[in-house]
Design a protein around this ligand. Structure first.
Ligand code: TXA
Ligand code: MG
Length: 326
């Protein structure tokens, strides 16, 4: 089983493992990440193996400062402005890969673009100490619910990683918003921890939303973030044996019959709901319920990301190996 160390004491141990080409699970403000040296192909391959992630799905490169970011990606003036406004923070920019970027092609899945993010706190300090970008997807088995605590990482990947750094519960709770920048055209590839309205205020242009059709972020395929139970969304009542995931003050009919009940946010706050989303899904899944009924969740602010994750968790599943999720 993995060793779990508090972030207060883990920096040097984590740095040394990364330098040895190992993976380390680390806290970020969004969700826990499974990190490795982005320039080391063998290290990056260990991420894909631990997650059982298909190799066509690229990884985000995490940086400590703008100088490191500019070594791996080409920043337009608009990209600079967004980075200035929102980094460090829950925004990933998909930008042209810089010539000679110290990023192994496995990270980008051979694309000529790269997803770049500057995280908050321990993750950023670790990258600064390591001196090079870290590739890090969410620290969960491919297709499963993302981890927002060290315990959740251990329950999923504990036999497949050596070190888990414990930074407590993830303060944002959903993954970063992914934004592709082509000239002055902005496309949201994945809703996440930064609301689109906040991006539009700084950008001064409308953000296009990626819809169906061509898959631009390969991880954004149907079934994803899936618990073992199936999800029934926008539930207005509770069926026999179902668990109930609530939102706000108004309960679904027959809520008292639910075999278990957790509320994402009793006061109906999307930010609080985002923080609780993955841990509540895991906890209700652990009750063994075959179905988790989910009350309607507000679509405002982080509600867009929450509804996106719930829709993916509820999507029809084929089989385990068919989940090309991240
Ligand atoms: O908050 C987050 O973003 C977390 C933390 C650990 O930073 N990371 C995360 O990584 O959610 P992951 O691998 O679970 O999701 C990354 C998504 C995938 O859907 C992938 O397809 C997309 O980013 N992506 C990465 N590079 C891309 C690129 N060059 N073009 C388009 N999509 C890209
Ligand atoms: Mg993921």
């Amino acid at each position: 089983m993995a060793e779990i160390l508090s972030e207060v004491v883990a920096l040097e141990a984590a740095r040394a493992r990364l330098a040895d080409g190992e993976t380390v699970a680390i806290p970020t403000e969004t969700v826990y990440g499974l990190a490795a040296d982005a320039g080391n192909g063998e290290a990056v391959a260990r991420i894909f193996a631990a997650k059982r992630r298909p190799r066509f799905n690229p990884l985000i490169c995490h940086v400590a400062d703008m100088a490191m970011a500019r070594r791996i990606a080409v920043f337009s003036p608009l990209a600079e402005r967004l980075a200035q406004a929102f980094w460090p923070g829950p925004l990933t920019l998909v930008l042209p890969l810089a010539a000679g970027a110290p990023v192994h092609p496995l990270v980008t899945a051979g694309l000529d673009s790269v997803g770049v993010r500057m995280p908050v706190g321990f993750a950023r300090a670790l990258i600064a100490a390591f001196g090079r970008p870290l590739a890090a997807p969410s620290a969960n088995s491919s297709g499963r619910v993302s981890a927002t605590s060290a315990e959740a990482v251990a329950a999923d990947l504990g036999t497949r990683v050596g070190l888990i750094v414990d930074g407590g519960p993830s303060p944002v709770g959903v993954e970063s918003t992914i934004l592709k920048i082509d000239g002055d055209r902005l496309t949201q590839l994945r809703p996440g921890g930064l609301a689109i309205a906040d991006i539009e205020k700084v950008a001064g242009v409308t953000v296009n939303r990626q819809k169906g059709g061509r898959v631009v972020a390969p991880g954004m395929l149907s079934s994803h973030y899936a618990p073992r139970a199936s999800l029934r969304l926008d539930a207005v009542d509770v069926g026999e044996g179902e668990a109930l995931l609530g939102f706000g003050a108004v309960r679904a009919a027959r809520a008292k019959k639910a075999r278990a009940f957790l509320n994402l946010s009793p006061k109906g706050d999307p930010g609080e709901a985002a923080r609780n989303l993955f841990s509540h899904l895991r906890a209700l899944d652990e009750t063994g319920a075959a179905i988790i009924a989910v009350e309607p969740v507000s679509h405002t602010g982080l509600g867009e990301a929450i509804n996106d994750r719930l829709a993916r968790a509820a999507a029809p599943r084929e089989d385990e190996t068919d989940r090309s999720a991240s």
